[in-house]
Design a protein around this ligand. Sequence first.
Ligand code: SAH
Length: 213
Amino acid sequence: MVSAQDQIGLIMQLRRRGIRTTRVLRAIERVPRDLFVDQAFVDHAYQDIALPIECGQTISQPFVVAYMTEKLDLDDRHKVLEIGTGSGYQAAVLSHLCRRLYTIERWRELQKAAERRFAKLGITNITTIIGDGWLGWPPQAPFDRIIVTAAAADPPRALLDQLKVGGRMIIPLGESRDSQSLVQIDKTEEGLVETALLPVRFVPLVHGRVKRP
Ligand code: SAH
């Protein structure tokens, strides 16, 4: 059984690790992470660790979710694009801080499961899409913010194009799993400004949609 106490414990842990933005902590508090993890790992849902999900993917560590959310610096007028829906946990947290979230996943199973979770939680400002995140989502561009939750060697060109001037993207970049860095990219009138934030470990941003037989 998961209790309110578990959620409080997680929030305290995030605070200790330096997450101080009240809006972000409150958004995390509103999302029951036990709903987003595999039944087998439900006892670990409120520990600050990444856990395996279906299709060989992972639900990110709560600290990384909180940190990326903080760095996105969202407000409730923002239109946001997420690449890599996965369990839907990061999306659910973001949905409480922005106007509308579009989230792209290449695995249908994951997209469907995430949609069921959003419905169960009464979240109505998320649009899920099956597709290739490398291409972004041109019909809804431009976006105020873009968050990528899988790692690439370089930021996808289409995503940079779909970011508003004055907008920000947070993305893990690195050639291999052992050498990734979370990077903030600000799109200014003068061009792109990149800031390295912290070493991370994400699954790769794969090219193409999942092919069906
Ligand atoms: N944000 C997720 C973490 C997901 S892990 C959560 O909170 O649970 C990264 C996800 O990115 C995986 O589900 C993977 O299938 C997806 N992914 C990888 N490459 C992709 C691509 N090109 N387009 C869309 N999704 C992709």
